[in-house]
Design a protein around this ligand. Structure first.
Ligand code: FAD
Length: 461
């Protein structure tokens, strides 16, 4: 059901006329995901600017049996922010208040619409840092990153978004506001709602603000780009770096095809004179110069065919670009199927070796691009050349990952993209518990229908 004229008027009364968008040309960008693979439709986008307005919108929609699709920066890669027919889009980008840093506790409170880059900048202005970082930082929001439990480049050092959450404010699907932003580090007083809402992909509540833990600001940083002629040696090097290098802050794995694409797409020179099949980017950071420690560990690694080490900021950025530009470069080839899986560390080399064959067998001619946060066992499998609706290739890759003891989503979430394969990673008892929680916090199922849990339980493969 599309929003009626009367419902639109009531939304206008809540947020102001200019924040209820109904022009199809304006709404179009809210209805397509970053990859272009998931395209939805909606008649209305509503843009609240306060928690009270969000609560009024949720209560109104509950009364009127209208569903809401929640959206932050719309950089999600699982289609979860794309509206199914009949849903209103509730864009949280106007919730942009951000507190000063509490320098004593190392915390700040940010509204759901604050970008990750703005959290980082606010933290740094007070001599702290935010432990979460990923390349969509300029658009991705606090609300979206909490909803997806975003990971990124520093998980091996600081953990995922859930690990940064001290408190949360949210509007549940009932319309009730739950707010616990006091910032106590220790607070064992019942169920930990921040943990529950984090990673719930907007299916239980609308995150309106988060109290975030900050980490010490590290002023010294060294990056090493290492080339390997053998993928297994590159994977083994990650374990060695993790055990021997206390200052390790990132370990990213990528491959010759991806680097060649990045170089072609952005006019970069190849990182090394000779070609190599696999690359590992490791970063060490601290408050004292980590160069000596990093160099000693690099010297001890087996199988390093070439290496470039950088301490100065511009050269470090050049080396990072070979990794960080992968997602944008792949987008230039076509609409990608994005499958962000995790496998146990010991299975990563086997997974990487097997996945192109599995893709080709299920969709001949499709192309596989791999890169990942190697320290977390997280491989991003990108497939281009497969039609957006072709799902056999997704299923084949997800089954390969779970067959090796892995998970169908490391950090992007289930969204709409993987909902039919949830049972590959979760047991019937776990899914039944998910449904019970959903019924308790969103009894009428008005928040993000079809995301994470299929609306039709029979749809689970
Ligand atoms: C170039 C690129 C690189 C990326 N790299 C990484 C990476 O390294 N690691 C990683 O984890 N992700 C990565 N992502 C994915 C994405 O940026 C993250 O998932 C991010 O956290 C999404 O934030 P967003 O504000 O854009 O959320 P959206 O895309 O708007 O929404 C994502 C999900 O959260 C829900 N949601 C949004 N806001 C709220 C809210 N306030 N309350 C409740 N639910 C809400 C939506 O309904 C949807 O289900 C990358 C994306 C791109 C494009």
């Amino acid at each position: 059901m599309n929003a009626s004229r009367e419902l639109e008027d009531r939304l206008r009364a809540i947020v102001g006329a200019e924040h209820v968008l109904v022009d199809p040309d304006v709404i179009a960008s809210y209805c397509t995901d970053w990859t272009g693979r998931f395209v939805g439709s909606s008649s209305t986008v509503v843009r609240p600017a306060s928690t009270a307005q969000v609560a009024d919108i949720v209560s109104l929609c509950r009364r009127e049996a209208v569903t809401l699709t929640l959206q932050g920066g719309n950089t999600g890669l699982s289609g979860g922010a794309v509206p199914p027919p009949g849903a209103l889009v509730c864009s949280l980008r106007r919730l942009r208040s951000i507190s000063e840093v509490d320098r004593q506790s190392g915390q700040l409170t940010a509204g759901a619409g604050v970008t990750i880059a703005d959290v980082q900048a606010r933290a740094e202005s007070a001599g702290w840092a935010y432990g979460v970082d990923f390349s969509s930082r300029d658009s991705a929001t606090v609300g979206g990153s909490v909803a997806t439990n975003a990971g990124g480049l520093r998980v091996l050092r600081y953990g995922d978004t859930r690990a940064q959450l001290v408190g949360i404010e949210a509007v549940l699907g009932t319309g009730a506001v739950v707010s616990h932003l006091g910032g106590l580090t220790k607070d064992n007083t019942g169920y930990h709602l921040p943990s529950l809402l984090c990673g719930s992909e907007g299916t239980l509540g609308v995150v309106t603000a988060a109290r975030l833990r900050l980490v010490p600001r590290e002023t010294e940083r060294v990056v090493a780009l290492l080339a390997f002629d053998d993928v297994a040696a590159a994977v083994a090097a990650v374990g060695r770096c993790r055990s021997a290098l206390a200052s390790l802050s990132a370990a990213e794995l990528f491959f010759a095809e991806g680097v060649a694409l990045v170089c072609r797409s952005f006019g970069l020179r190849p990182p090394f004179a000779a070609p190599h099949p696999a690359f590992l980017l490791v970063e060490a950071s601290g408050t004292t110069d980590p160069l000596a420690g990093l160099s000693a560990v690099v010297d001890s690694l087996v199988g390093v065919a070439d290496a470039a080490v950088a301490s100065d900021e511009s050269r470090r950025a050049e080396l990072w670009r070979y990794r960080e530009a992968h997602t944008e470069a792949i987008a230039t080839v076509g609409t990608a199927h994005k499958l962000d899986i995790t496998v146990p560390a010991g299975a990563m080399a086997d997974f990487v070796a097997a996945v192109p064959g599995v893709v080709d067998a299920s969709c001949p001619g499709a192309q596989t691009w791999l890169f990942g946060h190697a320290g977390d066992g997280n491989v991003h499998v990108n497939v281009t050349g497969a039609p957006p609706g072709e799902e056999r290739v997704d299923e084949a890759v997800l089954r390969l990952a779970t067959g090796l003891g892995g998970s169908i989503s490391a950090e992007h979430g289930i969204g709409l993209a993987k909902v039919q394969w949830l049972a590959l990673s979760r047991s019937p008892a776990e899914i039944a518990a998910f449904r019970a929680i959903k019924r308790a916090l969103d009894p009428d199922g008005i928040l993000n229908p079809g995301v994470l849990l299929p609306t039709d339980p029979e749809a689970l493969s």
